[in-house]
Design a protein around this ligand. Structure first.
Ligand code: GLA
Length: 724
């Protein structure tokens, strides 16, 4: 029983073999956090602060008041700190005094309506109903505990059980109050082409956090935060990760109060959000994942990765090898015709590539990024035989065929815009602010979604696609819908994201054999919500190998390699101007879903032969690279080296990659200790045939050769063998 309720102590205990999450009802009413961390059998009353057991005087602002308690669901009522939920009643007033009403323990977990969420196979969930007796408003908290990963899923459902309308003004998904503030706080921040760089600072009294008000999880920030015990490393110390299954605006924050309680919360961004609920209606928050590790930051990442592989990604490709692709974007940008594409495809066949992807520029009259989004008909100037003809020729070469689309957008210079100028998100009277010369379709509207689903599925059908790259190339401002009444305009952000999810659900369901990859101007919507529909996402538009080491390192805090689109591109690199060896570009990209994004017709035959060899290697290593347990060995963030390794679940195979940035003169070869292997097994280096003990590799180390030249890499493919 991974969830128990002890009536005598009014304690709820969620646990698996490694982790406990405990809270209790103070005074029989208020859910108060007790413990989240290593597995314990119980926490006895005498160890718990007395006031959290009997808040005798919860309604005066003294030491036994709600303002001093570690609340599971604070609501700005009797608690003067930041709250998780805020509602406004018909009276215009906003108290919400939530007390325990009932609970239920169920197998699996309930689905969250139109929102994506982790599947609950093998899990157990606690549904806890709290109610404000005066207004009738209820909040149903859902907690799910998994046996196979150290993640607790949490969400909240606000139900208007009263007799008049209410407005929900803030609806976060989870709140955990930690005793003390002796933690470091990490968030992922960045920009286009340098996404998800970890930044760490000590927690201090007051407020700290990260958020996006861009209508997407964004390149600037990520719906993730982490608290770590002082001195925690990749392998040691405690790490508490929070991640959100949501692709719109979000907030993740920690508020350290007057008694150094650190209140960590995550959920939908309250800016530009409110939701009107008539009597009987409910609002469902997205799902948050709370991940605990006592094996350092690496342990947290491996738990998140297990969550993704076992409960988030779905469909034919969720656990399968991914096709090795060539994408024409950096090879041609918008300047292509059928013959150019076919010459690239023929060279791809010589290079032993599986999948040819046609990127932006095949529709309307899109010769640059100034037009045609929304006009999803073939540009017969470039493709005289249309998508159908091109796809047929590509397939005839023995390649799979993939296509780029950007369904959520509209160009002001498009037939669609001329026919439906009110279909975009806009505010009457104000400028329609363009970004990359485009506007965003209002996907809260049924007719807009129906139209897009129709034209996109028609394009995918006539192109007979095997793969789709679903892009989204701008963020949203000037929020306004021509279809919503004034008192619901603040619902647009969330309604729009529900609309995006609805379209993704409808379109992906029609193509169960197609591999979908999401993208957002690079990695601008790299979140767990997207991964529920598409098992991989383009990690960043930055294909420079050394920048990639950093971006993939930050991304791997939450996401496994199977989620990260990674391609070998040309040198000098188009984003940095830097030249790195082909071998290093390949070694780095192999730690993601592997592909190429350069003009293969310009490469000499020797490079094509090398690429063939890389591809053979990737096919052999993919099961462990994409689905193995990740150990980060050297951090490229501020350092001169990057190294990480993946180990198969049975520990019989491992791939280790090491990259040096700058060569430094007069260096010696170095030792690097490996991790995650079986110390009793003997491993063979597949390339050299030499054998080593697992203990030797982990406790002594392998030799990293000093670099001659910048951006040199080494890779080891280790396989367990019988000792002779
Ligand atoms: C975005 C993507 C790129 C490419 C272009 C096409 O920037 O991230 O990979 O598809 O759009 O316009």
């Amino acid at each position: 029983m991974p969830i128990t309720y002890d009536g005598s102590t009014q304690c709820f205990h969620l646990f698996n073999d490694r982790v406990s999450y405990i809270f209790r009802l103070a005074g029989g009413k208020y859910p108060i956090h007790v413990h989240w961390g290593r597995r314990v059998r119980r926490v006895r009353d005498e160890l718990i602060e007395r006031r959290t057991i009997w808040p005798e005087d919860a309604f005066s602002l003294n030491e036994t008041a709600l303002d001093f308690l570690p609340l599971e669901c604070p609501t700005y009522t009797g608690d003067l700190r930041e709250g998780m939920i805020h509602v406004i009643h018909a009276s215009g007033m906003s108290p919400l005094l939530l007390a325990y009403e009932s609970h239920e323990i169920v197998e699996d977990k309930p689905s969250l309506g139109g929102l994506p969420s982790a599947r609950g196979e093998g899990a157990q969930s606690l549904l806890l109903t709290l109610r404000d007796e005066v207004s009738g408003v209820a909040v149903e908290l859902c907690y799910t505990v998994y046996a196979d990963t150290d993640v607790i899923a949490r969400s909240a459902r606000i139900v208007n059980g009263g007799s008049t309308d209410i407005v929900v003004n803030k609806a976060l998904s989870a709140c955990v109050d930690f005793e003390g503030c002796d933690y470091d706080f990490t968030t992922l921040c960045g920009a286009w082409a340098r996404e998800r760089r970890p930044y760490t600072r000590p927690l201090v009294p007051g407020d700290q956090g990260t958020s996006s008000a861009r209508g997407a999880s964004s390149v600037q920030t990520s719906p993730f935060m982490m608290l770590t015990s002082k001195g925690a490393t990749e392998t040691e110390g405690e790490a508490y990760g929070f991640a959100l299954c949501y692709s719109g605006g979000f907030e993740a924050s920690v508020h350290v109060d007057h008694h150094y309680i650190s209140r960590a919360m995550i959920g939908i961004q309250p800016f530009n959000f409110s939701w009107k609920l008539a009597p009987g209606e409910a609002f469902q928050t997205p799902e948050a994942y709370l991940c605990y590790s006592c094996e350092g930051i690496g342990g947290m990442s491996r738990s998140f990765h297990r969550l993704v592989h076992s409960h988030i990604t779905t469909g034919k490709y969720a656990r399968a090898p991914r096709p090795l692709l060539i994408n024409n974007w950096e090879a041609t940008y918008f300047a292509f015709d059928e013959e150019k594409l076919l010459s690239l495809a023929r060279r791809a066949v010589e290079a032993d590539i599986d999948l040819f992807v046609l990127d932006d520029g095949w529709f309307g009259h899109r010769d640059d990024d100034h037009s045609s989004l929304g006009d999803w008909f073939d540009d017969t100037r470039k493709l005289p035989n249309g998508l159908a003809g091109l796809s047929e020729k590509i397939h005839a070469l023995g390649l799979k065929f993939g296509l780029w689309v950007e369904p959520e957008m509209i160009s002001p210079d498009s037939e669609l815009y001329r026919a439906h100028p009110d279909w975009c998100i806009h505010v009457p009277g104000y400028p329609r602010i363009e970004s990359r010369n485009q506007l965003v379709l209002d996907l809260s509207r049924d007719e807009v979604r129906d139209h897009v689903v129709g034209v996109i599925t028609a394009a995918l059908r006539r192109a007979n696609v095997d793969y789709v790259k679903w892009d989204m190339n701008r963020f949203i401002t000037m929020w306004g819908s021509a279809d919503l009444p004034a008192d619901r305009q603040q619902e647009l952000g969330h309604r729009h994201i529900l609309g995006v999810y609805d379209m993704m659900r409808r379109i992906t369901a029609q193509f169960p054999d197609v591999l979908f990859e999401s993208c957002a101007g690079g990695g601008g919507r790299f979140d767990l919500g997207m991964m529920c529909f598409m098992p991989q996402a383009w990690c960043t538009d930055d294909t420079d190998a050394w920048m990639r080491c950093q971006i993939q390192h930050g991304t791997s805090l939450v996401f496994p390699a199977s989620c990260m689109g990674a391609h070998v591109s040309a040198v000098p690199n188009h984003q940095t101007g830097r030249s790195t060896p082909l071998r290093t570009r390949a070694a780095v990209a192999m730690n993601g879903t592997y592909g190429y994004e350069l003009d293969l017709t310009k490469l000499p035959d020797e490079d094509i032969a090398e690429i063939r060899a890389f591809n053979k290697r990737v096919r052999e290593m993919q099961p462990v690279l994409l689905y193995g347990d990740l150990y980060r060995l050297r951090s490229p963030i501020g350092g001169n080296e990057a190294a990480w390794m993946s180990v198969s679940p049975d520990k019989r195979e491992a791939v280790v990659t090491h990259v040096f940035a700058q060569a430094i003169p007069n260096m010696k070869d170095g030792l690097m200790r490996l991790a995650g292997l079986d110390e009793t097994l003997t491993y063979q280096d597949i390339d050299t045939g030499k054998t080593y003990g697992g203990d030797e590799l982990m406790y002594y180390g392998i030799r990293v050769t000093k670099p001659w030249g910048d951006y040199m890499s080494q890779q080891w493919f280790l396989r367990a063998v019988k000792e002779d």
